[in-house]
Design a protein around this ligand. Structure first.
Ligand SMILES: C[S@@+](CC[C@H](N)C(=O)[O-])C[C@H]1O[C@@H](n2cnc3c(N)ncnc32)[C@H](O)[C@@H]1O
Length: 366
């Protein structure tokens, strides 16, 4: 039996459809019948999700044209944003409308302003600015069209990009993601008592831009840090640390952390941030075991990652981030709190605590 819509508004509680046999039935079938109060849910949220790439696009384009920075510096409307950004007024108005739609900009009496979130995270040149990341994710968007096949296959159908040794993906990524680790690194400074810890030595495995070393060496003038990463990434970190005047206490080891020796009893603190999600249970347990050996007695391991609740009910960001790892890795995922406890216990750690640093979690193991 096929049906033909007999009304125009799909959300109408009173709509009907007509069967080939001419019988009128409520459109929506089971959904219509099951909805509380006899109505159907509003489709707005589902339509927004189906078209979620509009938000990524508008946000990425606004970041590319520094719209949030122009608003912060006093642009008040589309004409002024267009003038400052060197873009069309029609384009500027469309971006502003889209940004109002997603709640990043508000308009009052024709004057546009950043919301508090946009002012904090999307204006450029702040330590926590996600503006570069918004531009990068726009470029990543096309890869999602592979997701139906990736889900069917249970893993990447092209390169497992995070597993390809020493590849350009990381060079694009590490500077753009560094601001995301700033709040976590600052919280860890307090949780681990880094400011008062004296002449400590830190090992950062997969340190990327060197953001943890930057925050911690700035907080503790006696601390020294060693970063293990691929050579081109270490070169980026070295440059950034030199720019911050911290380069004299920062050294690098070039190589693959799966195979490079971490040594024995040499470090007060080790950090493994946003790496566990690219690895499987066995590799994470192995790395934790080798890090335990690399620590001095009483030393601490800090793991920072998107950690899923044990019953998989949340939090939202870690749950959906797993799709990124399905696309890009053979073994990676967002792991549950209990997974981290199990692996760290197997590795020989006995004191494990979790600290919320949304959307990430800090896992401290001693
Ligand atoms: C997602 S970034 C995390 C950077 C940093 N830890 C942070 O939290 O901001 C992952 C980093 O791990 C490095 N990496 C990934 N696989 C690696 C491997 N097998 N050996 C060495 N470094 C690796 C990448 O080059 C990149 O710098």
């Amino acid at each position: 039996m096929t049906t033909h819509p007999a009304t125009t508004h799909p959300a109408s509680a009173h709509q009907t459809a007509v069967t080939d046999e001419g019988t009128a039935v409520p459109a929506g079938g089971a959904l219509f019948d099951a909805a509380p109060g006899g109505g159907v849910p509003d489709p707005d949220r589902v339509l927004r999700l189906i078209n979620g790439y509009w938000a990524t696009g508008v946000l990425g384009a606004a970041a590319s044209h520094r719209v949030f920075t122009h608003l912060a510096q006093g642009a008040r409307d589309a004409a002024q944003v267009a003038g400052r950004a060197g873009i069309s007024e029609r384009g500027a108005q469309t971006l502003l409308d889209g940004l109002v739609s997603v709640g990043l900009v508000r308009v009052e009496a024709g004057v546009y302003r950043n919301t508090a979130e946009a002012a904090t995270y999307l204006v450029e040149d702040s330590a926590v600015s996600l503006s570069a990341f918004a531009k990068l994710k726009l470029a990543h968007m096309g890869a999602l069209t592979d997701l139906p096949q990736v889900v069917a296959a249970g893993g990447p159908i092209t390169d497992a990009v995070v597993e390809v040794a020493d590849n350009p993906h990381w060079q694009e990524l590490v500077k753009a993601i560094a601001p995301q680790s700033v709040p976590a690194a600052r919280l860890a400074t307090t949780v681990l008592g880094i400011e008062q810890a004296g002449p400590i030595t830190i090992l950062d495995v997969g340190g990327g831009s060197g953001i943890y070393s930057a925050v911690w060496l700035a907080a503790n003038a006696q601390a020294r840090a060693v970063q293990l990463d691929w050579q081109p990434i270490n070169a980026i970190a070295r440059r950034l640390m030199d720019e911050r005047g911290l380069g004299d206490r920062f050294t690098c080891i070039d190589g693959d952390f799966h195979t490079t020796d971490f040594g024995s009893g040499g470090y007060d603190l080790a950090v493994y941030s946003h790496i566990a999600h690219q690895e499987g249970p066995q590799a994470n347990t192995e790395v934790f075991t080798r890090l335990r050996r690399a620590l001095k007695p009483g030393g601490a391991l800090l793991v920072c990652d998107y950690v899923v609740d044990d019953d998989r009910t949340g939090p939202g960001f870690p749950l959906i981030f797993a799709s990124e790892m399905l696309l890009k890795s053979h073994q990676g995922s967002t792991w549950r709190a209990q997974d981290y406890r199990d692996w760290l216990t197997k590795a020989g750690f006995t004191d494990i605590t979790l600290h919320s640093a949304p959307p990430a979690t800090l896992v401290v193991a001693r």
